[in-house]
Design a binder for this molecule. Structure first.
Ligand code: SF4
Length: 175
């Protein structure tokens, strides 16, 4: 085996280890860019023991510099736009964004308000959308797990999801 083949094998093995670590223990940061707090309460319910997102290895922590996933809620207001951009830029590559709730997808109830600059995808690239107003914890878990699964399978990489405007979560059933 030549040196370049050895390099290739080594690089590919390292990539596999990195992907394995990322998929099994992603660190997430949560940011509210202008939501009414409804979606944020559902995210808290998702993270706490009743729904227990941590069982999939997802850990919430405070610094964007340590985060793999940005979980973002709400439309983007004029006041929060620069902060959202700064948080996104501080995250190390590769980084992924999950937009939670109808407001994050389209501006929702706040669409057209004088202080709203748009939805999350208008400001930063979004990898997975979770619809609902607010989405249930089950939908949030489904969206995050779908994103993690997409990291394991290169043909359905987040860039592809982004290109197709793919929603990671199923439509919620009406109660
Ligand atoms: S989607 Fe609904 S619950 Fe979530 S921020 Fe918008 S209005 Fe509030």
């Amino acid at each position: 085996m030549g040196l370049s083949n050895l390099d290739q094998t080594w690089t590919s093995a390292l990539d596999k280890i990195r992907t394995w670590a990322r998929v099994n223990s992603p660190w997430a940061i949560h940011y509210n860019s202008g939501s009414c707090n409804g979606c944020d309460i559902e995210i808290l319910a998702t993270l706490t023991p009743r729904y227990d997102l941590e069982r999939f290895g997802v850990k919430l922590q405070g610094s964007p510099r340590h985060a793999d996933i940005l979980i973002c809620t709400g439309p983007v207001t004029l006041q929060s736009r620069d902060r959202l951009l700064r948080i996104y830029e501080q995250m190390p590559d590769p980084k992924f964004v999950v937009a939670v709730g109808s407001c994050g997808l389209s501006g929702g109830a706040f669409q057209g308000c004088y202080n709203v600059v748009g939805n999350i995808g208008d400001v930063i690239p979004v990898d997975a959308y979770i619809p609902g107003c607010p989405p249930r914890p089950e939908a949030i878990i489904h969206g995050v797990v779908a994103l993690l699964q997409s990291l394991q399978a290169p043909p359905v990489a987040p860039a592809e999801l982004r290109k197709n405007g793919h929603s990671a979560a199923p439509q919620e059933e009406q109660e």
